[in-house]
Design a protein around this ligand. Sequence first.
Ligand SMILES: Nc1nc2c(c(=O)[nH]1)N[C@H]1C(S)=C(S)[C@@H](COP(=O)(O)OP(=O)(O)OC[C@H]3O[C@@H](n4cnc5c(N)ncnc54)[C@H](O)[C@@H]3O)O[C@H]1N2
Ligand code: MOO
Length: 399
Amino acid sequence: MEKGSTLISIEEAQNLVLTCSSLATILLEVPLTDALDFVLANDVISEIDIPPFRQSAMDGYALKISSEKTYTVIGEIKAGDHANPPLKNTETVRIFTGAPVPDTADAVIMQERVAVDGTRMSPQMPLVSEMNIRPRGSQIKRGATALEKGTVLKGAHIGFLASIGVTTVTVYKKPSIGIVVTGNELKAPGTPLEYGEIYESNGTMLSAVLRELGYLDTAITTVIDDYEETKNTLAAAIKKYDVVMVTGGISVGDYDFVGKALKAIGVAEIFYKVKQKPGKPLFFGKKDSTAVFGLPGNPAAALSCFYIYVYPLLKKTEGATQTQLLRIEMPMLEDYNVRGDRAQFLKAYVNGAHVQILGGQSSAMVRAFGDANALVFLPENTTIVKKGTPVKTILLPTK
Ligand SMILES: Nc1nc2c(c(=O)[nH]1)N[C@H]1C(S)=C(S)[C@@H](COP(=O)(O)OP(=O)(O)OC[C@H]3O[C@@H](n4cnc5c(N)ncnc54)[C@H](O)[C@@H]3O)O[C@H]1N2
Ligand code: MOO
């Protein structure tokens, strides 16, 4: 344990974030076409069978199976036709994929497996009852749950809901998110840098990452290292947004005003400092219904804390069943010598059957995050991880 501070464990911190976050109370009815990335607030019940009729899965011939070797072609049914001709024992209809299979037919034979001579059709393979016919309701039955409450709507879900005729869905309102970046050294890209200055990138990065995840109600505010200004800016952000992420100014330096300012404006500290690398000085607190994260100023540390702590809170707030990023075990591609004794999150690339720890792990360097599709978690006091050893691998969202 560090002198003069109480570092909590990663697990403790993650649990505190989840127990202290509350579900959105505002529900929205949105057109299905605008529902991507929202979370369903109700189960969606299908009002129809899908497919709504017995449907041909092949281009071929629909028939009633008999002992006859040859059938007479009496017509044709294509997708979208409403015909339902009664078939006698030795009759068949030409049929196409997606077309309704006549009630009297019990098999469809694909056209590659028949011999045709004028209106005479002879199957060239054994016929099996209901072959190449999609039963009515085989994808979903009327009255069944199509999608459950808590589902994060992806493109495929939107397609599935469209297929059962849904036009609007009830979803949780997504949290609004204020990003406050602190530091005298920060300049907006587009202006020349004076000695000692850097370009502001945390706000731009976090807002882009939020956009990737479907959070669009966000804004960035910049504040200099001044106690009064920090207090005023944070108080205004906390009043306005459901979640506030501050970056920088959370460590122990004389000009790190964020902690003091948050306390002064009445943000209750839930934890400050976590036994992890990067992101040791992470702060989490609450004021009224607003969750406040003090993220480290170092860009890669800020992003790492975003995925491990802020992401689950956002997901829980918007009602998602799955709040954590997916975790798998993957064998290491190469040996890795660990620096430091804190538990670590390392930028990594899952490549087929292995995971590779990327170069450029410094929390000041964000480049490797761009190449990463995962974070490898190594518990505290790990010294070396040998090639082939399975490690906990957290998959980053891909877009
Ligand atoms: N005496 C100690 N010093 C530090 C400790 C410590 O325990 N004792 N912890 C170090 C660790 S770990 C981290 S992480 C940083 C966190 O410090 P802050 O959160 O207070 O961040 P700053 O000092 O304001 O900035 C750190 C670094 O990041 C750059 N930065 C800040 N904001 C932005 C931005 N919006 N865009 C781009 N870059 C940004 C800033 O210029 C600094 O270089 O504290 C260590 N120190
Ligand atoms: O923990 Mo700091 O977040 O290493 O960079």
